[in-house]
Design a protein around this ligand. Structure first.
Ligand code: ADP
Length: 442
């Protein structure tokens, strides 16, 4: 079509809409493209005295799928006015693509709009058919076109209003959601604060309880130390008096009296060893036990223990074996305390083992000395292996006499010496107590 006079703008617009509708553009898109078209047409009429308008429909080489392409060819080099460029931006939004191609003697304004995927395929027959049908259509008057344009404007305005209403609803929803989120947030903050306060209170309570526990433990140690100290003198006196009574220089006792005095003396001895053990433990626990560090020769310690404990190994079925420690066997430790620990373990071994052997050996492992006492005694069930290190605990059903204070005391001493005391045992097969000590001292 050619665009020469103002009236042509209506014609071009009308044709544009008919073509757009015929090839299957949606209603809104029809309005968009013809609005763009009449806008550019108006500009070209004013600035270039008109243009030739071509409608093309078919697949887009640029990959948009099926498109409607409208070329407006104006002669000479035409540029849209400042205001026109402003329009161009608006027009660009109405179409999918707007290009300006400068040719030899003319300028082409080219706009393209994509057809929906549902639009029928534009093959040769269809295009021929469409062309024929459009040719049959009589052009309408400008007035009709104006009427139509008004109608479209009203529809567009309507749509804008309904979109604005929708936006208002959405905004309202958003505001409410925000409110909800804020409420949730402040509720969570409050809960968090309350939880924090609870935790703080709990910690304070815990601190208080630990302080109480410490105080109780100190009181217990003090009590044990005082009581055992106070008991030692009278018990020693009873033993002394008993000895006096049975002395050959005293008046002779009847057989029954002698037996009873003997019972008193042995009970008093048991009591004295309990009191002494309690005193030792209380001392170790209260931290009043001083470690005197020195270079200790394990060979010497082992030799002494071999000598003193032989007297305790009274069962002929049990052999006491104290191996020679590998040389050089020096350790930085406290000889008296270390000997006390090992004596305790050996003593237990001999006490509880009915046949087999009790063996002590020393082994150097890196910067540690590992001293172990192994016996072939009854062993200790796994669930009780922790408990026997508790004060006064004794495995039920074992007849051997004792106080239940030996192992807790030994453990305390080993800790003071900077080492650890561990146990592996299998009921029925025996036990191994292992003392690991740093060779260079704790
Ligand atoms: P005590 O020997 O005076 O009873 P301990 O603290 O030395 O107290 O030992 C606690 C308990 O551990 C013992 O009563 C005994 O039941 C068990 N026990 C200790 N050493 C052995 C061992 N070598 N074999 C089997 N049981 C043992």
């Amino acid at each position: 079509m050619s665009l020469r006079v103002e009236h042509d703008i209506f014609m071009v617009r009308q044709r544009g809409r008919e073509v757009a509708a015929a090839i299957g553009l949606e209603y809104q898109d029809q309005i968009r493209i013809v609005t763009a078209l009449s806008e550019v047409a108006r500009q070209l009429l004013a600035r270039a005295g008109g243009a030739d308008v071509t409608f093309r429909a078919g697949p887009d080489p640029g990959g948009l799928g099926q498109i409607l392409r409208i070329d407006l060819v104006a002669s000479g080099a035409v540029a849209l006015s400042e205001r026109g460029r402003g329009y161009a931006a608006a027009v660009e939004r109405l179409v999918d693509r707007l290009e300006t191609v400068r040719e030899d003697r003319s300028t082409v304004f080219r706009m393209s709009r994509r057809l929906p995927a549902s639009a029928p395929v534009l093959n040769r027959e269809r295009l021929t058919d469409l062309r024929a049908r459009l040719a049959d259509k009589l052009p309408g008057t400008p007035l009709e076109e104006l009427g139509l344009q008004n109608e479209q404007l009203v529809t567009a305005l309507d749509e804008v209003r309904s979109q604005r209403d929708e936006l208002a609803v959405l905004n309202e929803e958003l505001r409410e959601t925000n409110h909800g989120v804020m409420a949730l947030y402040s509720q969570l903050s409050e809960e968090l604060e309350a939880t924090n306060q609870g935790v703080v209170a709990l910690y304070a309570e815990l601190d208080e309880k630990s302080a109480q526990l410490r105080a109780a433990s100190e009181a217990k140690s003090r009590f044990l130390a005082n009581v055992s100290h106070e008991l030692r003198a009278p018990v020693t006196a009873i033993i002394g008096l008993g000895r006096l009574l049975t002395d050959s220089s005293s008046e002779p006792l009847t057989g029954e009296q002698a037996r009873q005095v003997g019972l008193i003396r042995s009970s008093a001895s048991d009591l004295l060893s309990l009191v002494n053990e309690l005193l030792d433990l209380a001392k170790a626990e209260s931290g009043r036990l001083e470690v005197s560090w020195a270079d200790v020769d394990l060979k010497v310690v082992f030799g002494q223990l071999r000598g003193t404990l032989r007297a305790l190994a009274t069962r002929p079925e049990v052999e006491l074996v104290v191996e020679e420690p590998p040389q050089p066997a020096t350790i930085r430790s406290d000889e008296v305390l270390l000997a006390q620990v090992l004596r305790n373990l050996l003593h237990n071994g001999l006490k509880f083992t009915e046949r087999g052997e009790v063996r002590m050996r020393a082994e150097r492992s890196g910067d540690q000395w590992v001293l172990s006492v192994t016996d072939t005694g009854p062993g200790i069930p796994a669930e009780l292996q922790g408990r026997i290190f508790e004060e006064f605990y004794q495995v039920p059903g074992r007849s051997a006499a004792g106080t239940g204070l030996g192992l807790p005391y030994a453990k305390r001493l080993v800790t003071l010496l900077g080492g650890t005391l561990d146990l592996t045992s299998e009921p029925g097969r025996g036990s191994t107590f292992v003392v690991s000590l740093p060779a260079a001292g704790g």
